[in-house]
Design a protein around this ligand. Sequence first.
Ligand SMILES: [Zn+2]
Ligand SMILES: [Zn+2]
Length: 240
Amino acid sequence: MKLLVLGTGTAIPSIERGSSAYLVVTRGAKVLVDVGPAVVRRLLEKGYEVNDVDVIILTHFHVDHTADLSTFFFACNYGRVPRTKPLTLIGGKGLTRFYRGLRAVYPWIAPKTYDLTVLRLVNDSRKVAGLTVTTVPVKHNPESIAVRLEEKSSVTFSGDTDVSPNLVRLADKTDTLVVECAFPERKVKGHLNLAALDRMVQKAQPRRVILTHLYPDWDDWPGVLHAPYLLGEDGMEMEV
Ligand SMILES: [Zn+2]
Ligand SMILES: [Zn+2]
């Protein structure tokens, strides 16, 4: 499968780093992980549009991870070609309430020409569009989940999180771990820094680690990263 890094940023507006989001492309499916501000347009830059996406996974409901969800749904109804293929929306605790809230504010996002499945998935595995999707709760918001997608290979997304034994278990020997590392050095509650992340990586032993959700602290950080770490950049593409 192929991983496209759509954004590696945070709530802080940045030209270089859009809000953290990723597209996973397999033979059978396209999975969008998080839909923060301007992610619908980021898809276009990569040659995809909303109707190509089969599954959306929300790691949590913070605005920098969900703001463009309404844009996405609106485009499914009123884009160049109205959407006909089914869409699955996966998230943690409170997903249905969150989705209904969006529909209350934006009635125009209710699916008109396609089927939408809203699937709350926590501490569980499900086969979706030919992929095994597994989620665990992580430490950030009550609804926060980390997600592992598995076909022949696997990619695991931490979402926003603090130190999490659940994430260590989920990421066990995963091929690629896409993990928040908000700050290189300072430690902020609900997020990771390099030292805290490294202790988890030693246990989980992922083959490759892409750092994302990067605050401006990273811009003038003088350190050097070594394997398995790679500093995430918007637009990165790789085979997993
Ligand atoms: Zn965030
Ligand atoms: Zn967050």
